[in-house]
Design a protein around this ligand. Structure first.
Ligand SMILES: *[C@@H]1O[C@H](CO)[C@@H](O)[C@H](O)[C@H]1NC(C)=O
Length: 385
């Protein structure tokens, strides 16, 4: 009879409604605005003798004393010079392809390059008088591999011979750098990158910290524990912490933060899942053919801005407990980058089968990236350039 059948109808309806509600909310992805600035022509070289200069020209760097409180800190501004020069008639795309190809080869540095020469100790004196004694220092006469045409190389790794390790007593095993947008040298609002050694390297607030992880088999790299990635505000299920785990016995796997690699490389299954999630969230944009190592590109010509799904990298937190995750929200320019002058932009991540995942400098740009060896943590501070 009618009164008895009512509850049954209600029961049937309730789950259906719940399903609709949850399906509806899962579709509300988070987006952010990407202001579109296609590649422009690189500025002409200042003088032809700069031709084979180092990429990060420390010679012309300016030293600025940072701390007024007497603690030892030194700040250097960095001027980006590239040893790849545009040939008179080469296009920005062609130059950019060359840079990506170089980046792909660099990915293997640390094993391929060799140098032979003298090795001795020196006292380093910075312009305003900060001194660091007994720094082991090499003069290479035969440099092979990925030195490209650099005149010098400042080692910033975790190993004993790097500059921060050797200057540890003077600068407390702390340094940070900020790499400005790689296209900013081309723009009118020219800003410079900088590197700071010492306590002033660590901003006092708003730093997303994660523990510095040690690889017992390899002391050069700064490892961090990446636990996942969100796209559009939702954790991507296929990007698993297991894909990024460092095996301390074999020294394989893991995730490093590297200033010398441009495009972030993720273990391939994680990359594929991330890319698929991004493509699904960016389904409204017009696809474009692959470009170099990028397989997810869009033709955004004719637009001045678009909405792209947010991307957040989740790291292990420095405090105990699952809720203490350190979340790094990437600005849109750090993952959708122009590859030509016509408005093609690509999702700037790539996959790797090399075992080790690398957080590269495109994803780091605009953050102050802090390597705090004293407190065994790596940090990212938005906008502290
Ligand atoms: C980090 O993101 C996760 C979602 O994966 C969230 O649960 C957590 O509350 C976030 N933590 C902070 C500190 O924002």
């Amino acid at each position: 009879m009618a009164p008895e059948s009512k509850p049954l109808v209600a029961l049937l309806f309730v789950p259906v409604l719940l399903l609709l509600v949850s399906a509806g909310s899962a579709k509300l992805l988070e987006y952010q605005t990407l202001v579109l600035a296609p590649l422009s022509n690189p500025p002409p070289l200042v003088s032809s003798t700069d031709g084979d200069d180092l990429s990060w020209n420390l010679e012309s760097a300016e030293e600025v004393p940072v701390a007024e409180d007497g603690s030892a800190s030194v700040q250097l501004t960095l001027h980006h010079r590239d040893s790849l020069h545009p040939a008179a008639n080469s296009t920005p795309e062609a130059l950019f392809r060359l840079r990506l190809a170089r980046d792909a080869a660099r990915v293997s540095y640390g094993d391929g390059s060799i140098t032979t020469g003298e090795f001795s100790t020196e006292t380093l004196t910075f312009r305003r008088g900060t001194r660091v004694g007994r720094v082991a220092f090499g003069c290479g006469h035969d440099n092979e591999g990925l030195f490209v045409a650099a005149a010098g190389l400042l080692g910033l790794g975790r190993g004993r011979l790097s500059f921060p390790s050797q200057a540890g007593r003077r600068f407390g095993r702390r340094f940070s750098y900020c790499l400005v947008d790689r296209t900013s040298a081309d723009s009118l609002r020219r800003r410079t990158s900088s590197i700071v050694f010492g306590d002033s390297a660590v901003p006092r607030s708003a730093v997303v910290f994660t523990p510095m992880v040690v690889n017992p088999r390899l002391d050069t790299f700064y490892y961090v524990e990446l636990t996942g990635i969100s796209v559009g505000g939702a954790r991507v299920p296929g990007v698993r912490a297991a894909d990024f785990r460092l095996d301390p016995t074999t020294g394989k796997g893991g995730v490093i933060v590297d200033s010398g690699t441009s495009v972030t490389r993720l273990a391939r299954p994680a990359y594929a899942a991330l890319r698929d999630a991004f493509r699904a969230g960016a389904a409204g944009l017009r696809p474009a053919p692959v470009f170099s190592l990028f397989d997810t590109c869009y033709d955004l010509s004719g637009k001045s801005e678009v909405k792209v799904p947010t991307v957040v990298m989740h790291f292990k937190g420095v405090e105990a407990g699952a809720a203490a995750a350190s979340n790094l929200s990437l600005p849109a320019e750090n993952y959708m980058i122009p590859v030509d002058t016509d408005g093609v932009f690509c999702f700037a991540f790539a996959g790797t089968d090399g075992g080790i995942s690398i957080i590269g400098n495109i994803q780091q740009q605009g953050f102050r990236v802090v390597f705090d060896g004293a407190a065994s943590r790596v940090g990212f501070a938005p906008g502290r350039c």
